[in-house]
Design a protein around this ligand. Structure first.
Ligand SMILES: Cc1cc2nc3c(=O)[nH]c(=O)nc-3n(C[C@H](O)[C@H](O)[C@H](O)COP(=O)(O)OP(=O)(O)OC[C@H]3O[C@@H](n4cnc5c(N)ncnc54)[C@H](O)[C@@H]3O)c2cc1C
Ligand code: SF4
Length: 578
């Protein structure tokens, strides 16, 4: 073929901002004047922030997204290389503590436009209806202030917008299908399917995952080379950087990269009037706004609000309940490694491509509440080396020998629901960052139910791996996906914000990201976070100017505005065969 299918790929050029081989955005972009008062400032342009900005801009609000990390030009800034992708993560200092301290750094959140959706593996299961009433059903955790039915239309909408590839029939939770056809199986998915089939466990092949199985607009389909967690230079994997940010810019949003928000500012009337942030050179700025939405992730959101303490809000903003920073959650992410005589080649295909949710719900026959999913993991060599070290205590030659055997190993993961506990929390540390701001300190520990669930889940995945034909099976413990720490609720005394993310204490201050989740289920959180963000945007649009002018709390559910979807959303995708 003399010409590539989608035309020749060009190298980075001055004056062109590239989001993939074919996707570009216009430069120069909109820049509001320094002293201009905008309608909304969104702090953090990640999974939630990207969706919020897109919808608010499309409706005609003036909006700025302030993002601590860079505004990626994917052709210039990204490499398909495991070590070279280190800077996609929030690597700034965070302190970890508690009985079972969380590993922070690259196992947590992103920094840069797109946030965590840039480096996510892109598994996109929905929560189950039971997740919204965990306390009512099981007497543990908490109930959400919304039901599954309230978020369902947003799941359906975001699955089209992103779009999601997966089976035409997904049987767990509330059964549903996916707009794009499932992906072919890689070696790791094959082991999950083989093991589950042998044991009679239903399994989903080829998704649900936010990776294109057919081209979509100016994004090509997946080419199965496995650099998804490194950003995906191809543009086949969805991130808000490629799905929602371009449309936000098209409709007049400004995105200011390398802008670290230090404090949310308050006026004398008890309302926020903007934010104080530092640019790359450390120069302080004040961005005035009629309302502020904090979308900084489950660690940085509580950190920012705690750092914004001021007279009248001595314990931090939006913290009259004392729950800000508390009920931080991570999912159990224990990894099971299995050695096969045949070649597996974990690097081929996206890490996320097969799963089972057969153990998701509470089962009275077990001695713990709630459950877990089993998913493909498929690390690249550096992550695999870490797993070899922790699962088999290898070092030196022993480690090298196992590394040389990489192509024969498969990895499957437990994704287990750890319950929200008050003592798992984010606080401010003594240590400060380069702007002089106290950094976050997390405290994390497992409780009895969590221990039992993890033990059962890990054994079950080891059984699956053995049933698939592994000759050696080992495991390592790990956690994944932090959420909570600024939870939404129906009771102002027990939560930080209401069901739309509006803080109970400050009428024009909102929180919208993974930190608002009261429980986390055993589904990866990204799709839920984007669905919640779209719902909050619909609420803000319905409320209009009243958000800026009154303290009245209107809890009316807004209409679902499908007309705000980015262009091309309702295209047909790849047909499902059979
Ligand atoms: C390796 C890995 C794989 C994952 N795989 C999956 C998966 O397969 N499926 C899934 O659903 N989820 C996955 N996740 C989790 C998912 O990425 C996160 O749950 C999700 O992105 C969180 O969304 P958010 O909006 O809460 O925060 P983020 O997406 O992290 O966005 C927050 C943004 O705010 C910015 N920010 C923070 N503080 C400030 C400040 N003070 N000023 C300015 N900007 C600020 C940050 O730089 C960041 O860009 C994965 C995570 C990791 C680490
Ligand atoms: S496997 Fe597919 S989604 Fe992953 S990096 Fe390659 S092209 Fe992107």
């Amino acid at each position: 073929m003399s010409k590539p299918l989608f035309g020749a790929f060009s190298t980075p050029e001055d004056g062109v901002h590239r989001l993939g081989p074919m996707q570009t955005i216009e430069v120069p972009q909109r820049r509001f004047k320094e002293d201009e008062v905008v309608d909304y400032v969104v702090v953090g342009v990640g999974s939630a922030g990207g969706v919020l900005l897109q919808r608010l801009a499309r409706t005609g609000f003036t909006v700025i997204g302030l993002e601590a990390g860079p505004f990626w030009d994917t052709e210039r800034d990204w490499v398909s290389d495991e070590a070279g992708s280190y800077n996609l993560y929030w690597n700034d200092l965070r302190i970890t503590g508690g009985e079972h301290p969380l590993a922070l750094g690259s196992n947590n959140s992103g920094k840069g436009v797109g946030g965590g959706s840039v480096h996510w593996a892109a598994f996109t299961p929905r929560l189950h209806p039971s997740d919204f009433e965990v306390y009512t059903r099981d007497g543990v955790g908490a109930d959400w202030p919304i039901t599954y039915e309230e978020i369902e239309p947003y799941y359906e909408l975001l699955e089209q917008e992103i779009p999601i590839a997966g089976p035409a029939w997904f049987p767990w939770g509330k059964p549903h299908g996916h707009p794009y056809a499932p992906h072919p199986m890689g070696g790791v998915g094959d082991t999950l399917i083989k093991g589950c089939t042998k044991l009679g466990i239903p399994v989903s092949a080829g998704g649900p995952v936010a990776i294109l199985s057919a081209s979509h607009g100016d994004r090509p389909h997946c080419i199965y080379r496995g650099f998804c967690i490194q950003g995906c230079k191809v543009g086949a994997k969805a991130s808000t950087l490629v799905t929602h940010v371009p449309d936000a810019l098209e409709h007049g949003a400004e995105i200011r990269g390398s802008s670290m928000v230090a404090r949310v500012s308050m006026d004398k009337a008890g309302r926020t009037n903007g934010v104080i942030y530092f640019d790359l050179e450390g120069k302080e700025h004040f961005q005035r706004a009629r309302a502020v939405i904090v979308s900084g992730y489950a660690i940085e959101t509580p950190r920012l609000l705690l750092n914004s303490a001021c007279p009248g809000h001595e314990q931090g903003l939006a913290n009259s309940s004392g729950t800000l920073g508390k009920y931080l959650m991570a999912q159990a992410g224990n990894v099971v490694l299995g050695r096969f005589d045949e070649l597996i080649r974990m690097y081929k295909a996206p890490p996320a491509h097969a799963l089972t949710e057969e153990f998701y719900e509470t089962d009275p026959k077990r001695d713990f509440a709630r459950g877990f999913a089993v998913q493909t993991v498929a690390p690249l060599p550096i992550a695999f080396a870490k797993q070899c070290m922790t699962s088999k205590a290898l070092w030196g030659w022993g480690l090298r020998r196992m590394m040389m055997d990489y192509n024969h190993w498969s990895t499957l993961g437990v994704l287990g629901e750890i319950l929200p506990w008050e003592d798992n929390r984010v606080e401010l540390a003594e240590e400060k960052d380069r702007f002089g701001l106290p950094v976050a300190k997390t405290f994390f520990g497992l409780h009895d139910n969590d221990h039992k669930l993890i033990e059962f889940g890990t054994k079950k995945v080891m059984e699956i791996m053995s049933a698939a034909g592994a000759t050696e099976v080992v495991s390592e413990s790990r956690y994944a996906h932090l959420v909570g720490a600024a939870r939404m609720g129906a009771d102002p005394a027990k939560s930080v914000c209401d069901k739309f993310g509006r803080t109970w204490d400050i009428p024009n201050l909102f929180i919208m990201d993974g930190s608002v989740m009261p429980t986390q289920g055993s589904a990866n959180p990204g799709l839920t976070i984007q669905a919640l963000a779209a719902r909050t945007a619909d609420y803000l649009i319905s409320q209009g100017d009243s958000v800026f002018t009154t303290s009245k709390r209107d809890m009316t559910t807004p209409p679902v505005r499908k007309s705000l979807s980015p262009p091309g959303t309702f295209s047909k995708g790849a047909p499902h065969i059979g």
